[in-house]
Design a protein around this ligand. Structure first.
Ligand code: PGA
Length: 221
């Protein structure tokens, strides 16, 4: 299986800046990559950028509900035709600032899978078991789990690789042999260590500057 690298722009960049990032990335990466590269720009940019042979697109969150009377929500039906392959769900920032619960994340997982979009479910150790146990096995087998210790996110304090290895084992015990990736201060200097014990990584800070992200990607390939 190809290693997965997910770039999460969070709520950074205007649509114009995002388009420039994609153009520059395309110019700088000239080789075919032996990676599943996934870019998650801010939601407004999804309709103007297109996935390419080099990468797939992800949305950073989804509505827990189908299309309907849910002001401000982005439902899976809204995304039709945009070729969105993945959805990052339950990121710790969603849980912290938007009070999202593991049950909300379950509803989002159901929506996502119903539309053929692969959920990337983010978990930290304290609610990992709670979150995974809520999701039925016929759904969880279609998911990717991202282990994201919150103290490692955007802090430069990346998690010990041995600890990541233990958590990957725990996730496999709870959810079966599904892909597990790591996120938290991943950059061009530490990415290969994490890829030795996981199926991929989720990168935010080191993806915002396109030249730095190219270094991250080229360090692997
Ligand atoms: P970071 O963010 O790469 O800036 O640490 C990771 C994440 O939030 O998933």
């Amino acid at each position: 299986m190809k290693k997965i690298i997910v770039a999460n722009f969070k709520s950074n960049k205007t649509v114009e800046e995002t388009v420039s990032w994609f153009q520059e990335f395309d110019n700088l990466i000239t080789d075919t990559l032996d990676l599943e590269l996934v870019i998650a720009p801010q939601v407004l940019a999804l309709s103007v950028v297109k996935p390419s042979v080099k990468f797939s697109l992800a949305i950073q969150d989804l509505s827990s509900f189908p299309a309907g009377k849910y002001t401000g929500a982005v439902s899976v039906q809204n995304l039709k035709g945009l070729d969105i392959k993945y959805a990052i769900l339950g990121h710790s920032e969603r849980r912290k600032y938007f009070h999202e619960t593991s049950h909300d994340v379950l509803l989002k997982v159901e929506q996502s899978i119903s539309a053929g979009i692969t959920p990337i479910i983010c978990v930290d150790s304290s609610y990992l078991a709670e979150q995974l146990n809520l999701i039925a096995s016929n759904l969880i087998e279609k998911c990717i789990i991202a282990y994201e210790p919150s103290q490692a996110i955007g802090s430069g304090a990346n998690e010990d690789v041995g600890r990541v290895k233990e958590v990957v084992k725990k996730i496999h015990r709870l959810a079966g042999d599904i892909p597990v990736i790591y996120g938290g201060s991943v950059d061009e200097f530490n990415i290969n260590e994490y890829l030795m014990v996981t199926d991929g990584v989720l990168v935010s800070t080191a993806s915002l500057n396109v030249k730095q992200f190219v270094k991250v990607v080229q360090t692997v390939s």
